[in-house]
Design a protein around this ligand. Structure first.
Ligand code: ARG
Length: 589
């Protein structure tokens, strides 16, 4: 379905052309003075310069031309030369009726050229528990992926596990200290290794911090860990079997955690999957003359003439021949291109890694790992801070574990729900989980991703204001009215959305018709916060309408049925939006 702004612009453009002015001046926007008008066109102001006359003269002529146009209720020319437009309520109702017919997409067309887009998000590190720093990547990435899917693109999410660093050597070293008798450490062992991992996830999570602590104090311990990492990376069998155990145990725990967040990945690849591609990639970079030795290390220069700040070379191999985080990311691009041939790869990573990704992207382009038209996009996010403005911590000052944070909010939410009305414990707990997830996700997504934000539990869990629970509360309210109506009667023959009967009803309708344009824009700008802003406005205008309108007591059967159709459309728009944001609404709350 065509976007409402395009439809209106087309009429205004025609009027400009009819009066001998260039079409470029006819573009219409949403009004920034909703008290005065619904849409506006400021083109006469700019046109006045080209046609050397008073802007008001132009806007007057345009208003005159549009006077008879049935699309509008009013077209006003106001000094010094603005056009203020109001839509004909019948035209608006017809637009919404068309939206309502398209139950699945509400008039938002799939894109014309579907792309294959890989999205690298999550980025958890194996054997280390998920902490809040990983929360943002998961929440934002999942939403960007869902928005892309909704627009008709093939979206492939890859978790890109951190499974290749020193942390692996640390775990192996600590395990060796504790259980030296395990066959994995016996170099002469040639049999099959046991199926069962020699540790649980609980142990694993305790082993890593213990090992990491020791390595900071004990130089010899650290060297042992580095040696173990080296041997693992160079194919020592027993260690590779351990790596597989660590992966299994860790990944099934991660999956459970992500599932609770309604986050899922198409691919569970990790840094280790890129390793086989490194030797050929490095060879080629050398052969093509891109990589050269600098201070013993192998590097590719990536600075460009237009740089205003220093962009250091991209390091490919350290002087001892070891690969780095860079090398892995580049080799990951190699297999992604080979296996999936994406048109675009989006990285949802902490914005402090921006310079790093600039280097990686430039290096990939320069050395021909990607095609010139392949887009590499960095979607950097800011830090989630506590109320003190510092990175979110536990009360004791430690790193906040994700599970801990989530269960805190669940508890908080349960208290609120149980305070509000009596519920069965089990149902209450379930509802609390659903609402808590909306609090966390909406609290995050409603901010522009690149900005730092304050994770304020009290504010995020509130049922009022710009919060997830407020949005859910609105949806639940609509569902309950719909249920009440359905319990009494069914929609009469010919029921449909009617031209607005009041200002508040028209405002709601004007919000609804923005749906397709908003979604398209949220995709183009990889900006889930635009979806949040839309549903907040939509929920507000619905609640305003609800307070001013007696829906259930309406005497005129067709008017009442029209309200019900409008409510149904509002519910669908809200639910589609929260679905792309990655949460859902309960039946009651
Ligand atoms: N594991 C990394 C971290 O915890 C994030 C990975 C980001 N993605 C990437 N392709 N480098 O910081």
């Amino acid at each position: 379905m065509e976007k409402i702004l395009d439809l209106i612009s087309r009429e205004v453009v025609k009027a400009f052309q009819e009066n001998g002015y260039d079409e470029k001046y006819g573009r219409v926007t949403f009004s920034n003075r909703p008290d005065l008008c619904e849409y506006q066109c400021n083109g006469a102001m700019a046109a006045a310069k080209e046609y050397k006359c008073a802007p008001f003269m132009i806007s007057d002529k345009i208003a005159e031309s549009l006077k008879e146009n049935t699309m509008f209720e009013s077209v006003e020319s106001v000094k010094p030369g603005f056009l203020n437009l109001k839509l004909n309520p019948e035209y608006l109702a017809e637009y919404l009726r068309k939206m309502a017919q398209d139950q699945e997409r509400l008039g938002c067309d799939r894109c014309d050229n579907p792309k294959t887009i890989m999205i690298d998000y999550g980025g958890p590190n194996v054997a280390k528990p998920l902490h809040v720093g990983h929360l943002r990547s998961a929440i934002i990435g999942e939403s960007v992926k869902r928005i892309g899917k909704f627009m008709g693109h093939t979206m492939i999410g890859d978790v890109h596990l951190g499974d290749w660093g020193l942390q692996m050597g640390l775990i192996i070293t600590e395990l060796k200290e504790r259980k030296p008798e395990l066959v994995y450490f016996d170099e002469s062992y040639t049999g099959e290794y046991p199926q069962e991992a020699p540790f649980t996830i609980g142990e694993l999570e305790e082993i890593y911090p213990a090992a990491s602590g020791k390595s900071k104090e004990d130089e010899r311990y650290k060297e042992a860990a580095m040696q173990a990492t080296f041997e693992l990376q160079h194919g020592r069998k027993g260690y590779q079997a351990l790596l597989n155990h660590i992966l299994e145990v860790s990944v099934s725990d991660l999956k459970r955690n992500y599932e609770n967040l309604k986050v899922s990945f198409e691919l569970w690849k990790g840094e280790s999957d890129a390793q086989p591609y490194i030797p050929d990639m490095v060879e080629k970079m050398k052969k093509d003359g891109y990589a050269h030795i600098s201070e013993g290390a192998l590097v590719v220069d990536v600075k460009e003439e237009t740089d205003t700040k220093e962009i250091p070379p991209c390091m490919i191999l350290k002087s001892d021949g070891a690969s780095l985080y860079n090398t892995t990311d580049l080799a990951t691009i190699v297999w992604r291109m080979k296996d999936y041939h994406p048109d675009e790869i989006i990285y949802v990573v902490d914005k402090r890694q921006e310079l790093y990704f600039t280097q990686v992207f430039r290096c990939a382009r320069k050395t021909g790992l990607v095609e010139p038209q392949t887009e590499l996009k960095f979607l950097g996010f800011g830090t989630m801070n506590g109320k003190d403005g510092k990175p979110f911590k536990t009360r004791e000052g430690g790193v906040m574990r994700l599970e801990y944070l989530v269960s805190n909010i669940n508890e908080e939410m349960y208290k609120k729900i149980a305070d509000n009305h009596t519920v069965e414990e089990e149902e209450g707990r379930k509802t609390a989980e659903v609402v808590a997830l909306s609090a966390i996700k909406y609290g995050d997504l409603s901010n522009q991703a690149s900005k730092d934000y304050i994770f304020d539990v009290d504010r995020f869990t509130s049922f009022e204001g710009n919060t997830g629970p407020y949005i859910l509360y609105t949806i639940v309210r609509i569902k309950s009215i719909l249920k009440k109506y359905q319990a009494k009667k069914s929609l009469p023959e010919g029921a449909k959305i009617l031209a607005a009967h009041s200002d508040s009803e028209k405002s709601l309708m004007l919000e609804l018709c923005k749906f397709n344009g908003m979604m398209e824009n949220a995709f183009q700008e990889t900006a889930p916060h635009k979806v949040c802003a839309y549903i907040y406005d939509l929920a507000n205008s619905f609640n305003h309408f609800y307070h001013e309108t007696k829906i259930m007591a309406e005497q005129d059967e067709m008017v009442q049925a029209g309200y019900i159709c409008l409510l149904e459309l509002t519910r669908q728009a809200l639910e589609l939006c929260i679905d792309v944001l990655g949460f859902e609404a309960p039946e009651r709350m």
